[in-house]
Design a protein around this ligand. Structure first.
Ligand code: GP9
Ligand code: MN
Length: 701
């Protein structure tokens, strides 16, 4: 009787056996690399399962190609394909170590922002254990070379090879189905390359990236110089003269952009559990030196936060599908706020975000925007329980950000992206200081608690701005990026708003988000103009004394007296000062009454607004999809060179340190190099018993 070992050996001596061994070894190796060489953040049993499972479909499909070949060739092809895949894994390990992201075709093509130092810097960061990705390849070669496994040269039916290809495809379909059910919109919204690798594997990510890049490049290749002409014509025709009264009132001031994650306008002055939910923001909202807007709408599509960022800093719309920062952020030409402010007033620019840098492709898109610094998770101290959901909790994050804000040469443009008030609104007990809603809709109910927490974090940051003196020479812009409670929760929305039910008009108004500009000495008040995120950049430019008319920007100064007041939603619906179109219904914006039978005059006004909305969305899409800004450089604007920027932790810290000497204008430099963080007080429970000086920030090596 054959022993088990003999049976196994016999099996391995067949072509099928060797194939299965190769696949299993490849999968084990990939799983090892996922766990040890990347930070994919797989949480929960489904994600853990998929992480182990996803190398199989790719390996069966790709290594299975060898099964279509005869004799010895099939064996060596299996090893060769495995070696190629391993080399790809190896390259990604190195790239990931430096950039916390996976290689994409755009990056490799050289038009990417990092190609200049890719080869050089990668060799320096090699680790011995990286070579373990070749362990299975070498093992398989040795097994064959020393005849431990014999090559089976018998005829292998092509039909069997086909069966394995089909199995590979079916397994991939199963993988994709599970991934989509765990994270819907994975491939359409493309939040983060880390997510695609976590769910579908490195090979699937590469294929996906290749297909997207090819499609994208085909559109760009067709575009030419004349395509920008209709855009310029439209913008000229629809330019709203900026408000002279406010022109340049903030010239030379620091600019803070405070991103209030998922915060909706109805939260302002809202009371629950016997208290104001956002007392700090309410105070800013009603302050005499704040211009607050109560008819300001988000205009995002699937790109959510990324769309908001794109609009705010470029006055270009996000795309109708996916996120433009992901699809076009790495390669397109942009004329964004950081670059404009740098060239008009020598601003230092920095974005702060308490999560991995790759989310929404910020690590690449920010270079195209001209950001000098991008402070992401690794820049901040790790304290116990410091993050929840989408990154570092707001109270800790705002304090951490202050540590770098104080080091930025002034004037600066600093964008602080909060995350705690993000679906699913996770917050630990110690941080909750207001009751959850009781609508019975579990998705919605905790929103009020994270919104309250977000507000407290803003209050603490504002206190620091006061104490450190930054409030005296800064303009603070606060905005909600998009809804937190989606239209799918109508009964809960009705309860929250104290209504019996909500219709499409209510839902349209529910898309309002806070937008406020606060600066000492600013002539404030609550402004009722109808506007949205697309309008922010021209508004800020005018306040800083920058002429926006020469740029390709689709918004209109919110303070202008001759605005159109037509706010486009990304799906083509709109709100205007007269009519609102939402979900196929038209309403009178002022009364909320549905306009069922339109008079000829009404029809005309509504059609005009619709035409404006459709045209501006189409033209903005042409600019982004065709990369049309490469054909138009505004007078006096210097094209951004992406290779000027690096967000590598050590390099950035070194640069920041050097700037304290070469350009000693930062708050800290002016404080004789002493940190002002002791001015920061927070009641964050994670820091209980700790002093600000106990926070350990990374230092330049
Ligand atoms: C992720 C965070 C949230 O980095 O900014 O993104 P969102 O899901 O709101 O688009
Ligand atoms: Mn968001």
């Amino acid at each position: 009787m054959k022993t088990v070992l003999q049976k196994v050996r016999g099996g391995l001596n067949t072509r099928l056996g060797f194939f299965l061994l190769t696949v299993v070894l490849f999968a084990i190796k990939s799983y090892w690399a996922y766990q040890n060489k990347f930070t994919l953040g797989a949480t929960g049993s489904i994600q853990q399962f998929l992480l182990a499972f996803n190398p199989f479909p790719a390996a069966i499909l790709l290594i299975g190609i060898a099964l279509y070949f005869r004799g010895r060739l099939a064996y060596w092809l299996m090893i060769f394909i495995n070696a190629v895949l391993s080399t790809w894994l190896f390259a990604n390990i190195l790239y990931y170590r430096e950039f916390s992201d996976f290689l994409s075709f755009n990056i490799m093509k050289g038009s990417g922002s990092v190609s200049n130092n890719l080869g050089k810097s990668l060799m320096g960061i090699l680790r011995g254990s990286d070579f373990l990705v070749y362990a299975d390849v070498i093992l398989l070669i040795l097994l064959l070379a020393f005849h431990v496994i014999r090559i089976d040269t018998r005829y292998f039916r092509l039909r069997f090879a086909g069966v394995f290809s089909v199995i590979g495809i079916v397994l991939f379909g199963f993988n994709l189905g599970m991934a989509e059910s765990n994270r819907s919109g994975l491939l359409t919204r493309t939040f983060d390359s880390n997510y695609i690798v976590k769910y579908l594997g490195l090979e699937a990510y590469t294929v996906y990236d290749g297909v997207k890049t090819t499609q994208n490049n085909a559109v760009k290749a067709k575009a030419n110089t004349s395509d920008i002409k209709p855009v310029l014509k439209f913008l000229k025709k629809n330019h709203a003269d900026s408000n002279i009264e406010y022109k340049g009132v903030a010239k030379g001031k620091n600019v803070f952009i405070i991103h209030l994650e998922s915060l909706q306008q109805f939260m302002i002055d809202y009371k629950w559990d016997g208290q104001e939910v956002t007392p700090n923001l309410n105070k800013i909202y009603h302050s005499s030196d704040t211009i607050a807007f109560d008819n300001f709408f988000h205009q995002v599509g699937q790109g959510k936060t990324a769309d908001a960022e794109l609009m705010l800093e470029n006055s270009l719309f996000g795309l109708s599908e996916g996120s433009a920062m992901v699809t076009d952020g790495t390669t397109n030409t942009f004329q964004a706020a950081p670059a404009i402010l740098d060239q008009n007033g020598g601003y230092t620019s920095a974005s702060f975000h308490g999560d991995v840098p790759s989310f929404w492709n910020r690590d690449n898109a920010y270079k195209s925007f001209g950001y000098d610094y991008y402070f992401s998770k690794s820049y901040f101290p790790k304290v116990k329980n410091y993050d929840a959901g989408y990154g570092i909790k707001d109270k800790l994050f705002m304090e951490d950000a202050a540590n770098y804000v104080q080091q930025l040469p002034q004037p600066f443009y600093a964008k602080l992206i909060t995350v705690t008030n993000h679906y699913p609104y996770i917050l630990d007990k110690d941080n909750k200081s207001i009751k959850a809603w009781n609508t019975g809709d579990n998705t919605v109910d905790p929103y009020v608690q994270t919104a309250h927490y977000l507000d407290q974090s803003i209050g603490e940051f504002y206190d620091y701005l006061d104490k450190s003196g930054l409030r005296d020479n800064s303009m603070v812009v606060l905005y909600g990026d998009h809804y937190g409670i989606s239209d799918n929760h109508k009964p809960a929305i009705a309860k929250i708003l104290g209504k019996k039910s909500v219709n499409n008009y209510d839902l349209a108004m529910f898309q309002k988000v806070p937008f406020m500009i606060q600066m000492k000495g600013l002539k404030g008040g609550i402004n009722h103009t109808y506007g949205g995120e697309i309008d922010v950049l021209p508004t800020i430019e005018n306040l800083l004394g920058i002429d926006s008319s020469k740029y390709v920007q689709f918004g209109q100064d919110l303070l202008s007296n001759n605005r159109k007041q037509v706010v486009a939603f990304r799906n083509g619906d709109f709100v205007s000062s007269t009519y609102t179109k939402y979900g196929g219904h038209v309403y009178n914006t002022k009364t909320g009454k549905e306009v069922k039978k339109q008079t000829a005059a009404q029809k005309k006004v509504i059609a005009k607004a619709q035409k404006y909305v459709t045209t501006e969305l189409n033209l903005s899409d042409k600019v982004v999809n065709g990369d049309l800004l490469r054909f138009y450089t505004p007078k006096g604007f210097k094209k951004v060179d992406k290779t000027d920027f690096s967000y590598n932790l050590n390099k950035s810290l070194k640069r920041l340190k050097a700037a304290q000497k070469t350009n000693p204008t930062s708050v800290m430099a002016k404080n004789d190099g002493q940190s002002t963080l002791s001015d920061y007080s927070t009641d964050a429970p994670e820091l209980k018993g700790m002093d600000t000086s106990d926070l350990v920030f990374p230092t330049a090596k």
